[in-house]
Design a protein around this ligand. Structure first.
Ligand code: PRX
Length: 631
């Protein structure tokens, strides 16, 4: 890579361009827009189908688009089965390192056996096609087997992030009406055991649909097992029912693969649905093209499978592309801040995909922890979750990537399934810009009259086209899918992501941040309404409003304005108690940074809290138009 001071851009070296899977952007982009269906049909040919589609996309029931309608496929056939007939059979599919130093490796052949055993266990528990299985696990190989096992038999998985509280887990299990939950006795984090099984036990107390809990043993930690409900995985896997042979179910392209709950403007998280066909095509294509995947790559996506990044780019797309994936269980700085770098050296990782917040967390320890290690195996770097600030980008580029690895700053969402705005390794890079639309995507940045804003001006990001990775709905609430993403631009038929952005005169897109009631903390997505209801759930709090304020490590941190019950006065102790209450209700990521006691909150006449006013005040900025303010 070379840096050009005049343009302030970073240019790929000739060998990057020569060896890239995609060697040219503009013409292929033009082709993909003018020939959308042909472009996606060509990409779909990279996968194996039991039966080809009748129609690339059936648009008869907008916005519930059916990609590859009439086609028969299973993501597991593409992620595992088809590799068994090729030399990939004996290639490593996954390398796992536990925080305590345990290492396990599996070839594609071995992965197939493990997933088949898990699938047979699920079948023996009566799991049927279409049934939703909740998975609440640490980052251990069995988490991935459980996901793939569900997909293999046509069941739908709902992975809940292991950092969520029992209330948050319970909400998701109840919404999905899961009968079977898969968990572990615990996982390691900073040398301690996180007791997931107790959290599951507490959650299930209020989940009447749950009949079976399968528990994987990871630690020596004692857990409470309930008779006739709880089964140890190691007991089940030693039974004859757990055969290592299991046929993969031939599914319709639009059969659901998973639900993933995510936060929005309303209090209740919504279960976005992704389906086998379109999702497989979109994630495998973006992964192959943007990360420039080569057969010999060792690829590390450092996200947890509890989030969409883990689903799309840790589990599904790399396995579909036959990569060797690396998975690490624990904290990046345990026992020392060089843990990540030592593993990159030890396993010869070629591609690292992580978040700005993780990078900032490691950057603060200084360069020497990185420089201790030979990271010359790295070829390409990726970033996701929030805009990467140029300082962090430059550190990633020079200290981690040794000025030779392009950085793919990928903008996308749980709803989009895969990368929407992203560089390719062959295009010049601008630190902090997610660059250009991926193939097939028409991106707009519009003002309140739905007109494109001028270069350099801020506007609302919109997606004017449709793409195969788009979620196929919200579980149990089709109307919410319409209202949340398609209502605002109903006439135009555009998708509303809820972000604001700018486009510069070179056509590069710069994401500014959320323009709705969603807060990004350390790259995790939280709804203001969810945090506010957890605050109000505290017996001393009557009303609350939360806002994001810039934070050096987390990107944004939550600042909560609370009104106390009559007669109560705020204190440091009460503030700590309220913070801990939110953490217990929602999980540690939602814990407010600061509690500000107040007597009133700025509201519109219709009673809506004006968070922007609170934010402007806190930052000492202009409060803007106050004409609608009541108090
Ligand atoms: O605001 C954008 C931000 O993350 C939001 C989506 O969050 P989630 O569904 O949790 O998915 C995160 C992982 C894909 C977006 O609306 N976001 C994600 N990636 C970027 C980003 N903001 C700026 N730059 C990015 N690369």
């Amino acid at each position: 890579m070379t840096f050009d001071e005049k343009t302030n851009m970073y240019y790929p070296s000739e060998d990057i361009i020569e060896n890239a899977n995609v060697k040219e952007y503009e013409q292929l982009y033009k082709y993909s827009i003018e020939n959308r269906d042909a472009f996606w049909a060509e990409q779909a040919e990279h996968l194996q189908w039991y039966k080809k589609w009748d129609k690339v996309v059936d648009e008869s029931n907008k916005p519930f688009y059916k990609w590859f309608a009439g086609g028969k496929i299973n993501v597991v056939h593409n992620a595992i089965d088809r590799h068994l007939a090729t030399p990939n059979r004996n290639k490593l599919a996954l390398i796992w390192e536990g925080e305590n130093g345990d290492v396990r490796t599996y070839s594609y052949h071995a992965l197939n056996r493990e997933v088949s055993k898990f699938a047979n266990i699920l079948k023996s528990m009566g799991v049927k096609k279409g049934e939703i299985v909740t998975i609440y696990m640490p980052q251990i190989p069995e988490q991935i087997y459980a996901m793939l096992a569900c997909a293999k038999i046509g069941a739908v998985h709902s992975v809940v992030y292991g950092g969520f509280s029992h209330e948050a887990l319970g909400d998701r299990v109840r919404d999905a009406e899961s009968r079977v939950v898969v968990t572990a006795d615990g996982g390691y984090r900073r040398g301690k055991v996180i007791d997931l099984k107790s959290i599951v036990n507490d959650a299930i107390d209020n989940c009447p649909t749950v009949e079976v809990v399968i528990t994987v043993k990871r630690t020596a930690h004692e857990v409470v097992m309930v008779n006739d409900r709880d089964y140890w995985y190691h007991d089940l896997v030693s039974l004859p029912i757990a055969s290592s042979v299991c046929e993969t179910e031939q599914l319709d392209a639009n059969d659901p693969l998973f639900l993933l709950y995510t936060s929005g403007s309303t209090g209740k998280p919504k279960g976005l649905i992704h389906s086998h066909g379109g999702y497989s095509v979109y994630t495998s294509t973006t992964h192959r093209m943007v990360f420039d995947i080569k057969p010999e790559d060792r690829y590390w996506c450092a996200a947890d499978p509890g989030w969409i990044t883990g689903h799309s780019y840790l589990v599904y797309s790399p396995l579909m592309n036959g990569s060797t994936i690396f998975i690490y269980e624990g904290a990046p700085n345990h026992p020392y801040p060089n843990r990540w770098w030592s593993m990159i050296e030890k396993y010869g990782i070629n591609i690292l995909y992580t978040s700005p917040t993780a990078l900032r967390g490691l950057m603060r320890y200084g360069d020497s922890w990185v420089k201790k290690h030979d990271l010359s195996s790295l070829r390409l770097l990726g970033s996701v979750g929030e805009a990467i600030n140029p300082e962090t980008w430059k550190w990633y580029y020079s200290v981690v990537g040794n000025e030779k690895c392009p950085i793919m700053d990928t903008w996308w969402q749980t709803e989009t399934g895969g990368f929407m705005i992203t560089p390719l390794p062959i295009i010049p890079l601008k630190p902090g810009s997610a660059s250009k639309p991926f193939f097939g995507n028409e991106i707009g940045i519009v003002n309140e009259h739905n007109q494109e804003v001028a270069a350099g001006e801020e506007g609302s990001l919109v997606i004017k086209s449709i793409w195969p990775g788009l979620a196929t709905g919200i579980y149990n609430d089709p109307q919410k899918f319409i209202d949340t993403y398609w209502k605002k631009y109903e006439k135009e038929g555009w998708y509303e992501p809820g972000d604001s952005a700018k486009r510069d005169s070179d056509g590069y897109i710069w994401i500014i941040g959320r323009s709705d009631d969603v807060i990004k903390v350390s790259g995790y997505r939280l709804g203001t309404a969810e945090v506010e209801s957890a605050l109000v759930n505290h017996p001393s709090v009557v009303e609350a409003a939360v806002i994001p304020l810039p934070h050096k490590l987390k990107g944004n941190a939550i600042h909560a304005f609370v009104i106390l019950n009559n007669g109560l006065t705020g204190s440091k102790e009460l503030a700590t108690e309220i913070k801990n209450h939110v953490s217990k209700m929602m999980g540690p990521i939602a814990k407010p940074e600061e509690i500000i006691f107040t007597d009133t909150l700025p509201k519109t006449r219709s009673g809506k809290i004006m968070r922007r006013v609170l934010k402007a005040r806190a930052l000492g900025l202009d409060e803007g138009d106050l004409s609608t303010i009541e108090e």
